[in-house]
Design a protein around this ligand. Sequence first.
Ligand code: CTP
Ligand code: MG
Length: 557
Amino acid sequence: NLFKSIGNRNAGINSIFRSLISSSPKHFTNEENKASKYTTFEDMTAIRRIEAQKSLLVQVNSEKSHKELCSYCSQFGKLRSSFYYNLSEDLNFILLEFDEISGCEEALRSSSFNEDHPAIPVISPFLWFKARDSSKPKSVDKNKEVPNLIHQEVKCLDENKLDEILTSAETIDDQILILHRLTQLNELGIRIRYLAGHQLEMALNGMFPKIQACLFGSSVNGFGKIGCDLDLILRLNDDCGDITGSRLIYHTKMSRLNGRSQTQRQMEVIGDLMHIFLPAINNVRKILNARVPIIKYNHECLDLDIDFSMSNMTGFYMSELLYLYGEIDERVRPLVFCLRKWASVVGLTNSSSPGRWITNFSLTVMVLFFLQNVKNPILPSMSVLTKSASPNDIRVTDDNINCTFLRDLNKLSFKIENTESLHHLLLQFFEFYSTFNFQQNGISLIEGRPIVKPDHSAIWITNPLEPLLNVSKNVSYEELEKLKLETRNAAWILESTIDKNKDPSSWGLMSLLRSKKRVVKPEMFFKSRIVDVTDLFKDDSIKDYDNISYKNTAIKS
Ligand code: CTP
Ligand code: MG
């Protein structure tokens, strides 16, 4: 509705902004205000996992099938919510959530398999609502409660619409908040991602009763935008070693392979299972020789690209850490969104392939570090979080990496006295990094201030959970120069376009985000960006190294 009314000027664009910017940044200077304000990452994850267990994704003819579908499904249990999206005219889906897990289980038990297509029956939360036999009467029970059908997008908002909305905003602060609200992963996006994890658990649960699909990365750390990829870790022995006191113990098979080869073999088998048997899973690619072996696939019903691994829980705890930093102050996420967008527009990041440039993850750490370094810090150093940890917060991964830090922010004693506007923080970010001494200093969330750079990498960003690693090891000197240049440019552009009245069609954020139309000399562009893929396989600063065809693509384009 928002976008329909944007087309209609009479709808009053100001009322749209008011609805988008319903709350101004809060400042936590008072202990009382803080009480029970935060949800821990674990609580959030637990709620989302249960939601997925109560949900089914049903392919329907059109959104008009909603009432009939709800009426049919309510025989299995009370319904709580329903979401609609389509991927094309013929691909319409309704995500249906039951009140209780039992309702969803009952619906699955009574579902049948398609007799017209000879296929091996496999259980999944992805179903199809068959058209009613026209000889039978319509079975919509008008007395049954039907949840409202919520329309949400699984694809990014059209750039021109976003452009139009941002241009009509009142202030740069409003622009930053609107950009965040309109591009952040929405409720449907979060739900379908947890459902993708649940599909794997459901499929493999009979054989692996302790299986758990742990979502991490931008899908859950609060910095994900609509349409972002899903990262997940499949754990076959989560919660292993629980003692029930039973005298009957399962026989199990000891693996003779070492940790890494074992993971590779297991992933190979599970990758094949997914490829051959699981519905809607397509284009399965195994990249098992990378530092962290991963499998990539595409989910047809969810329009999602998914990367899954079976080791390296540090990525998961890193997401928890980033989530917590995003929770501490309401300005953190809008600022990160704005800077991720800016970096992609000016070509500093490239989400489609890893290479010699900065990743969204490293950029996010840079923003957090900047917020630790503003005059009145907005974020605490990570050492404050580790010092405040209680015994409940102790986490050590299978490969012995200590991921202990405070999980419950209600117990954090850190006062935020900074009341700067988003606009000023954005400007200060550009100034901070255009003058940062990258040659001598490194960035570290642990200390929360510049450190002496431990090696000769172009940019050093300490991995906060594995301090000996540099998360930006892949970044080249050319890219660093580009970063410095672009931050300088951005500070200048932002300062010179504050006044909306001077150029109402291209002011504030728009002047920053429209700079993509600048011409970049092709030879300069490729010189710094063509990478030898064999180098990427050696690099441990980037997570996946799947772009074997990347070099060719870059040359061709
Ligand atoms: N990660 C990490 N160390 C790295 C790279 C990544 O711990 N050197 C973890 C982080 O938790 C990160 C997650 O892996 O969030 C997923 O990495 P990636 O997909 O590259 O980044 P996202 O944060 O998911 O961002 P994007 O939206 O670009 O996918
Ligand atoms: Mg990701």
